[in-house]
Design a protein around this ligand. Structure first.
Ligand code: NAD
Length: 289
């Protein structure tokens, strides 16, 4: 069941959080009709606000026109149910990084969508092979791992599950290019490439903080000035969401079985306290909510 890129017109995005809203924005800006679904009305409202604020910033910098802004917003339909996916040609799942939630979502999406619809997951670390196996169309399941903030970051990791059809990987990469992104093909492995390297570095920065080696500002400035990183690891953890960083470390630790991937206890405590970073207004730094 082949599909070419022109046949993809309606994109379903599941999850209106940090990533789902960004993914909905970039598809809508590229002219796709987007249905953005979430289980929570507050999350949908916040997601739409984030998109509108992001478009306003791009407009203020003359990156887009007022017409671009309005047509992008017009292309996005929020939804509290998944029935909006019935006519989708592509679904990008960007719900909470939790294996049970994602497995049951993929099963549900599989039951709703047409047989030819491609299902992509934006998971940061969960096995695409396992997620694909939850569906009756494992060959049409692929990872599209966008980076945060989606409208600004160029990279998309295209993750091939063991079952993914070559043409589906090629199509996902072509779609990323159409969105103005740069795709790289990666095989299914815990954390893929980006998070296999990034999250242990962030985790180590949290150990440095826990051990009192330096204050958060010093740790971040050392990595910015010393390594030429544009943002320090603790500020980046706040941007990503500490719950997402912890979920990735748990997958790396469980699946690789190596102590170097153990989540830092301070990270675990901060997630227990709901100090998740920017999205809750408090993480390693404080933010206005
Ligand atoms: N935050 C990052 O920097 C980043 C980067 C790349 C990939 N990711 C991945 O993207 C995905 C989403 O992460 P996020 O940071 O946007 O999380 P988030 O917590 O900001 O948003 C997750 C959203 O999913 C919704 N949700 C939960 N269960 C759902 C369901 N059954 N149906 C529909 N919606 C549901 C929640 O209500 C919430 O709005 C995760 O898999 C994460 O690992 C995150």
């Amino acid at each position: 069941m082949q599909m070419n890129i022109e046949q993809i017109r309606h994109v379903g995005v599941i999850g209106a959080g940090t990533m789902g809203s960004g993914i909905a924005q970039v598809f809508a800006a590229a002219g796709y009709r987007v249905s953005m679904a979430d289980v929570c009305q507050q999350a949908l409202d916040a997601g739409l606000r984030r998109i509108s604020d992001s478009l306003d910033r791009l407009l203020a910098r003359s990156v887009i026109s007022g017409t671009d802004r309005d047509s992008t917003l017009d292309n996005i339909q929020p939804s509290l149910t998944l029935s909006c996916l019935e006519s989708a040609d592509l679904v990008v799942e960007a719900a909470t990084e939790n294996p049970e939630i994602k497995s049951s979502l993929l099963q549900e999406i599989d039951g709703i969508c047409r047989p030819e619809t491609i299902i992509a997951s934006n998971t940061s670390s969960i096995s695409l092979t396992r997620l694909a196996a939850c569906t009756g169309r494992a060959d049409r399941v692929v990872g599209m791992h966008f980076m945060n903030p989606v409208p600004l970051m160029k990279l998309v990791e295209i993750i091939r599950a063991l079952q993914t059809d070559d043409e589906v990987c090629t199509l996902a990469a072509a779609l990323a290019v159409k969105l103005g992104k740069v795709p790289f093909h990666v095989n299914d492995s815990p954390g893929f490439v980006a998070n296999r390297i990034l999250c242990p570095m962030i985790n180590e920065a949290i150990f440095a903080l826990q051990e009192g080696i330096a204050e958060p500002e010093a740790i971040d400035e050392i990595m910015k000035l010393g390594m030429n990183h544009p943002i320090g690891p603790l500020a980046l953890a706040d941007l990503i969401g500490l719950d997402v960083v912890l979920a990735v470390m748990r997958v790396l630790h469980d699946e690789m079985g190596e102590s170097k991937f153990r989540p830092c206890p301070l990270l675990v405590r901060m997630v227990d306290a709901n100090h998740l970073g920017r999205k809750t207004g408090r993480g390693f730094y404080d933010y206005e909510k």
